[in-house]
Design a binder for this molecule. Sequence first.
Ligand SMILES: [Zn+2]
Length: 341
Amino acid sequence: MSISVPDSIYCCRERLRQCLENNTHTIVLAIDGIHLDIARQCWPEAKTEQLETVFPTTSSTGWLSSLTGQTIHQHRVPGVVFRPTSNAPLINVWEYDGDEIPIPEHNIFTDAIMLGYQTVAINGDFLPVTGRWTQALFAHCQKTCPERFFTAPALDIPQKVHHVTTCIDSFLNTSEPTFIWCFIDTDLHIHRYGYDQDLCDFLTQLGKQAEQWQTQGYQVIAYSDHGLVPTRHDIDIANTIEKIADNFNLQTGGAGRTRWLYTSSEQENEIIDTLRQALPTEIQVISQRQIFTQFDPRIGRVLIIAGGENFICPAEYIYEHGSRLPEEMQVPFTYWRPYGR
Ligand SMILES: [Zn+2]
């Protein structure tokens, strides 16, 4: 994977910091699962630049990298299910509450405070996630506020946009500038329905609201953590991977369209050969060393990466993420002027 600093999500923190130099209320719409093309389609009036997100393309890695500017090796969250140390039990990052996920010393919130901003994270739709990862993500933020937006079941699309608007507006009454990072989970919807009309309507209406905030003199930015691609659960693929893991007594980790096996360096080539012979050729079976310049013990030595639609996912999903297709890797960094102008 190429890690091109000027174009990667790692530079998101620096870009946001530059936005803060405008010394006005700054609203960041952090929208989970939006790929570059859908942003350009729904927000034609705004300026959308392309960022390459982090691999594996999961929310846990993408959001943490965007706010800290750190690689997965630095913030130490390489996915959803992983082994924090050799031979330790697997952890699931959404449920984990121990200290193996470090709290970052600096992030966009410390940058904003240094520049004289008040900081607010609207923990929209993250509501069920209260563990260590969320503490790491929102480290140093002065105020966090839970809300449900896109995942609120009883609201129609205009009501969802209105709810986002009133919640953000409630933090704009201060004389000092406020930095608001507002999370909106469209990811779960896309998993189930794809990039459908409801989603496009929501994004379009939210873009109109962003224009209004911009005309009031506020800086508005929207960006995302990854896109999703069509995926269907293939029982044969699932059984094959499980059987090989069982036969060799290996733990599996990863998430979505990238899974990995924890094995030894001596056994690595044998596992790769066995998987390649058993799985369809569109699935990439590859050594961790071929993807990352630095070996990361939290990631298994052998990676299994989806290439087409057939892989492993919950039965009700029609879209999934985690692998390296352009629609997953290319994410928007959109601003309603004047940042960069
Ligand atoms: Zn996500």
